[in-house]
Design a protein around this ligand. Structure first.
Ligand code: ADP
Ligand code: F6P
Length: 321
């Protein structure tokens, strides 16, 4: 089966590199003689008939930009049968025979539902959290980590001058990957992630050990999924006597120009998604495994278990002293 018209949408939380993926999808589709519709505001665009045809120039000057030119949304209505039927009607109206869905695992569930109802969809992992099990890396993760490291490096300067402890909370709702990698990169004394249990006493012990060797300032990295950074800072100050401040980095981590890694990954994945749809193959997600672009069945991908890098975590704590 040869597909002549596809749609592309971005869904869920935005991530730097989504635009680079969109650009690759559009350019690759057009190079293969496929018409492309941009669907605005995630699945809402399909429900509300909010789509526009894209051409080569529609995606000019976006490869570097954070955010998503298609806008994004969370669409509770799409989870209902009525919403799904409206989406299918819109696809029929424009002759959309397949869709590229750039988003996280929630968006993949929607892509699977659409695929099962006759609109083959291919997912591209776009989320800063790196919480998609089937891929080693998601589009946006690298940029978000680099942004967080840049911010914490600045916080370190003031923590060092004041000989303080600083608690820095990074994003990651259920997944500690940002905290882990950022923690290693900033030389954190302790890293708190949802995947690993910890006690307050362990953190204090580590700070005391550092103090005993002459260490004067400390960085504690906390994943959003653990939370409680302000309370933790207060407790550290009360227990150790070291002046402590907390900073929640927040949405700054979701914006900004995409890194080289994210732009390249997004471009490769965009092209791979079109290659599948061109052949009428849907219900797949694109992934990066051992630096190779591969694809999986969406259902299988959603069943895969996320593995936390405990070895890197142990190493980080060993050298963060
Ligand atoms: P992400 O894709 O970043 O994980 P969400 O979990 O918010 O973000 O999902 C994005 C959108 O995907 C939802 O707003 C909804 O429209 C759709 N979606 C999520 N879960 C399902 C589901 N179980 N069935 C159908 N659609 C879903
Ligand atoms: O999934 C990406 C993410 O940035 C999480 O790290 C964070 O918990 C969440 O999205 C925040 O979502 P919102 O855009 O609703 O603030």
């Amino acid at each position: 089966m040869s597909v002549k018209t596809i749609g592309v949408l971005t869904s869920g939380g935005d991530a730097p590199g989504m635009n680079a993926a969109l650009r690759a999808v559009v350019r690759s589709a057009i190079a293969n003689g496929i018409k492309v519709y941009g669907i605005h505001r995630g699945y809402n665009g399909l429900i509300n008939d909010d789509v526009e045809e894209l051409n080569l120039r529609s995606v000019s000057d976006i490869i570097h930009k954070g955010g998503t030119a298609l806008f994004t949304a969370r669409s509770p209505e799409f989870k209902t049968e009525e919403g799904m039927q409206k989406a299918i009607e819109t696809c029929k109206k424009y002759g959309i025979e397949g869709c590229v869905v750039i988003g996280g695992d929630g968006s993949y569930r929607g892509a699977r539902d659409l695929s099962l109802r006759g609109i083959p969809c291919v997912g591209i992992p776009g989320t800063i959290d790196n919480d998609i099990s089937c891929t080693d890396i998601t589009v946006g993760f690298d940029t978000a980590m680099n942004t967080a490291v840049e911010m914490i490096d600045k916080i370190r300067d003031t923590a060092q001058s004041h000989e303080r402890c600083t608690v820095c909370e990074v994003m990651g709702r259920h997944c500690g990957d940002i905290a882990l990698h950022v923690g290693v990169a900033v030389g954190a004394t302790y890293i708190l992630v949802p995947e690993i249990e910890f006690t307050f006493e362990e953190i204090i012990k580590k700070i005391n050990k550092g103090q005993a060797s002459g260490k004067k300032h400390f960085i504690i990295v906390v994943a959003e999924g653990v939370g409680g950074s302000f309370e933790l800072a207060q407790k550290i100050e009360e227990t150790t006597g070291i002046e402590t401040r907390a900073t929640i980095l927040g949405h700054v981590q979701r914006g900004g120009n995409a890194s080289v890694r994210d732009r390249v990954l997004a471009s490769q994945m965009g092209v791979a998604a079109v290659e599948l749809l061109k052949k009428g193959i849907g219900n797949r997600v694109i992934a990066s495994r051992d630096n190779k672009i591969v694809d999986f069945d969406i259902y299988e991908a959603l069943q895969m278990k996320q593995e936390f890098d405990k070895h890197l975590y142990d190493v980080a704590l060993e050298i963060g002293i």
